[in-house]
Ligand binder design. Structure first.
Ligand code: AMP
Length: 283
C-alpha cells in the first residue's frame, strides 16, 4: 500500500489508471482505524479494482476544540491496519495541503442539516461538505463508502454528490458493533473501563425503543423512557433521541408502516460524545 501525503502524488498515481476498466472506491476516515472502518474497506474491496482510503482529522468540522485536540491519532498503527485490509493507497494530507488558504465556502443543506447532529454541532456539516468536496475533486472516485452509524452524514453526502454532479456513487454500509452492541467508534478509545461498560446503554436504549415502538407505544412516551434510561446514570447524559424518517430525517410523531424509520441517539459518557442509530425494522 502506498501512502500519499500530497495531492499531486495521489493524482499522479490516479492518472496512470485506465478509469474505464479500473474503478476506484474511496473510504474517507479521520483515522484511529477500527472494525467499523474495516467493514467499509471490505465492501469497497469487493466492488472496486482500486481502494483508496483517506485519513484526515478535518479541523473545520469540529465545533468543540477540545474534541478536536483529544481526537485519537495513531497513524503508524492505522497504516498497518489499512495494509492488512488490502487497501491500495491511502491519502494522508497535512492541514496545509488541504487548506492552503482558509475555506471561504460554507454549505447549507436545507432541512437536512437542521436537526439531529446539525442542531447540536453548528457548522459541522458545512465542514464535512467542504472536506468531502475536496476529496471527491482530488480523487474522483467512482464510489465512496460511508457508515450507517453517521446516518445524517450519509444522507447529506448523497445529496451533495447528486446536487453538485460529483458523479460519485455513495454507498452506505451497516454499523459494525462490539459484542455488547456498542458501535465501533474512534472515540471509544477514550472511554475508561467503567465508561466503556456504561456506553453500551446507547445501543440498549435504541433496542428498548425499537421494541416499544413496534409494540405500538406512542413516540413521545418512548422518548421519555429513553431519556430516563440514559440520564439515570450519573455520568451519562442524553443530548437527543429522535424518531425520524430515514430519508428526509424529519421527526416522526406517529409511526406509519409506509415510512422507513430510524431511531437516532447522541449523548455523553463523561465528556465523551457518542452517536448511534438503528432502523425501526432492523434486527
Ligand atoms: P470517522 O473516521 O469516524 O469519520 O468515520 C469514517 C467512516 O467510517 C464514516 O463513514 C463512518 O460513518 C464510518 N464508521 C464509523 N464507525 C462505524 C461503524 N461502527 N460501523 C460502520 N461504519 C462506521
Amino acid at each position: 500500500m502506498v501512502v500519499y501525503n500530497q495531492i499531486s502524488e495521489i493524482q499522479k498515481f490516479l492518472s496512470g489508471l485506465n478509469r474505464d476498466k479500473q474503478s476506484v472506491g474511496l473510504v474517507p476516515t479521520m483515522g484511529a482505524i477500527h472494525e467499523g472502518h474495516l467493514t467499509l474497506l471490505e465492501t469497497a474491496r469487493s466492488e472496486n479494482e482500486f481502494v483508496i482510503s483517506s485519513i484526515f482529522v478535518n479541523p473545520i468540522q469540529f465545533n468543540n476544540p477540545r474534541d478536536y485536540n483529544k481526537y485519537p491519532r495513531n497513524i503508524n498503527h492505522d497504516i498497518e491496519l489499512l495494509k492488512q485490509a488490502q487497501c491500495d493507497g491511502t491519502f494522508i494530507p497535512t492541514i496545509d495541503e488541504m487548506y492552503p488558504n482558509p475555506s471561504i465556502i460554507s454549505f447549507n443543506f436545507g432541512t437536512y442539516d437542521k436537526g439531529l447532529e446539525g442542531a447540536h454541532r453548528p457548522g459541522h456539516f458545512s465542514g464535512v461538505g467542504i472536506v468531502l468536496s475536496k476529496l471527491f475533486n482530488i480523487i474522483k472516485p467512482d464510489r465512496a463508502y460511508f457508515g450507517q452509524k453517521d446516518l445524517q452524514q450519509a444522507v447529506i453526502v448523497t445529496k451533495l454528490s447528486q446536487d453538485l454532479h460529483f458523479g460519485v456513487e455513495i454507498k452506505v454500509v451497516p454499523t459494525k458493533r462490539e459484542a455488547d452492541g456498542l458501535a465501533f467508534s474512534s472515540r471509544n478509545q477514550r472511554l475508561d473501563t467503567s465508561q466503556r461498560k456504561d456506553a453500551s446503554r446507547f445501543y440498549s436504549a435504541l433496542k428498548i425503543a425499537q421494541k416499544a415502538l413496534n409494540e405500538g407505544q406512542p413516540v413521545n412516551k418512548v422518548i421519555q423512557t429513553v431519556t430516563h434510561y440514559i440520564n439515570e446514570l450519573e455520568n451519562m447524559s442524553l443530548e437527543y433521541f429522535e424518531v425520524v424518517n430515514s430519508e428526509t430525517l424529519n421527526p416522526v410523531s406517529k409511526i406509519n408502516s409506509k415510512e422507513k424509520i430510524a431511531l437516532c441517539i447522541a449523548g455523553f459518557v463523561g465528556e465523551i460524545r457518542l452517536l448511534d442509530n438503528i432502523y425501526l425494522d432492523e434486527n
